[in-house]
Design a binder for this molecule. Sequence first.
Ligand SMILES: Cc1ncc(COP(=O)(O)O)c(C=O)c1O
Length: 505
Amino acid sequence: MRASVLSDWLGQRLERGNGQPIYRQLHRLLQQAILSRELPAGSKVPSSRLLAEELGIGRNTVTQVYEQLALEGYVSSATGRGTFVADSAPDEIVGAPDASVLSANGPSILQGSPGLPMLPSGRRALSERGGRLIAGAGVSKRQWGAFMPGVPDVTRFPARVWSRLHNKYWRRTRPDLLTYAPGGGLASLRHALTDYLRSSRSVRCTPGQIIITTGIHQSIDLAVRLLSDPGDVIWTEDPCYWGVRSVLNVSGLQLRPIPVDAEGIAPSADDLAQPPRLLLVTPSHQYPLGTVMSLARRRMLLEYARQNQCWIIEDDYDSEFRYGSRPLASLQGLDTSGQVIYVGSFGKTLYPGLRVGYVVVPEALAESFATASAELYREGQLLQQAMLAEFIAEGHFTSHIRKMRTLYGQRREALLDAATQRYGDALPALGGDAGLHLVMQLPDGYDDRVVAAAALERNIVVRPLSGYYAQPSTAPAGLLIGYACVPDEEIAPAFGQLALAIGDL
Ligand SMILES: Cc1ncc(COP(=O)(O)O)c(C=O)c1O
C-alpha cells in the first residue's frame, strides 16, 4: 500500500465521534494493516506531519501512535529516513486468532465442562493432556448455596478478629512479609501448625517438616512431581475426589482405582502383587463415602508401603468435623518408617477461598519440598500466613472449629430428619458421623446425573455419586448433599425442593 493509498484507507475507517479516541482507532487500524500485510514488512509509512494533515488530526496523535507501534515492535524508525514496517511483526502473538476463529466442538457430556476448542485447521487447540483435563473436569460454576458439598459455612468466619489482625499487619510496611516466600512458608505458622497437628491429629513432625501450600491440590501436585515420574502407577480409592484425580491425571501418572470396603481401601491379591509408586488415601473419612479406615488396614498399608518402598499420600481434608466422637488419629502418626506424606488444608476449617494448606513430609524430604515449592510456584502470602499463625496462637482457630462442629452437627441432624420424614428408610444415608456432607443412595434405575441436573433447575446443588467412580456407568447411584453451608431453617425447604426434583423423574 502506497502512502497516499494508506491515508485514504485510514481516512475511510476512522470514525469521529463514535466514543473511541482517535489515537486508539489509528493504533488499531495500523496494527491491522501490518498484521494483514496490507502494509508489508519494509514499507515506509507516511511521515507524522503528512499523515496528520491528510487525516485532519493532530500531529502529536500520529507521533504517539508511531511511538507505541515502535515499542510493540510493529515499526522501527531510522533517523533521517523515516518510519518503516518492521521485518518481523509480532503477528504470531498479537495476531492470535480471535474468539470467532477458535471454536468449541460442542458441549462435553460432563456437567459444567466446556467443549474443547479447535483451531481453524481442524486440529485440537489443546494438548492431549489438556483435552483430557477439560473433558473430564468436575468443577462446578456454582460454589455456594444448598446443598453444595464440601463447602463450610463461610458466613460464620470470625471476620472481626481477622480484620483486626489484618489492620495490625498493615499498620507498617514489612518488606519481609510482602516479598516472595523463600520456600516452606512462614516459621511462625509452621510452629503453630506443629502444635495443632500434634495435639488434634497425632501428626508427628517438627516445624521444618511442614511446607505451607495453597491447599491440598497444590500439596498433592508438589508431592507427585517430586516423588514420581510420568507413567508411574498410583493407587487411588474408588470412588475418590474428582479434583485430586484431575491433578494426578495431568501429571502423567497411571491411575489404578482400588475399591473401598467397610475398612477402607481394599487392594486384591493381584493389586498387591504389583506395588505402585504412590498410594492416595483418605483414611480418617473416605471421600466421598465417609468410611473410616480400620486400624488393621492402616497397619497393613504402612507395612506394605515400607516393604515395597511406596509413598502413601494421606489426604486429611475434613477430619476436624466428627460428631459424637473425638477426631481420629492420622495414619502419619502410626508411621515409623517415613512413608507417609500428610496433606491438610484450612479450606474446610476456615474458608476455601483462603487457599492455605500444608504438607508434612519425612525429614529427609523437607528441604527438597521447600525448595521445589518456591521454585515451581514462587510462593508468597507471608503476610496472610503471619495473620493465620497469630489467629491460631490466640486460640481463635480451635474455638472456631469447636463452634462449627456443633453447628454442622445440628445441620446434619436436620438434614437426616428431613430425609427420614420424606423417605423413611427407603433412601439410606451414608457418610458416617463426620464431615460436611452425606451421601444419599438412590433406588435402582435412577441416573444420579439426571437427578442432579433436575435439582439444579430448582436451584439446588448436589453432586452425582457415580461421577466419583472410575466407571460411572456401573457405579451405584446416589447424591452428595452438603449441609454445612445451609442455614438451619433452610435445610427442610431445600430438601423439599430436592425431593420434588427426585419425584419429577
Ligand atoms: C478429599 C478432598 N481433598 C481435597 C479437597 C480440596 O482441598 P483444597 O481446597 O485444600 O485444595 C477436597 C475438597 O472438597 C476434598 O474433598
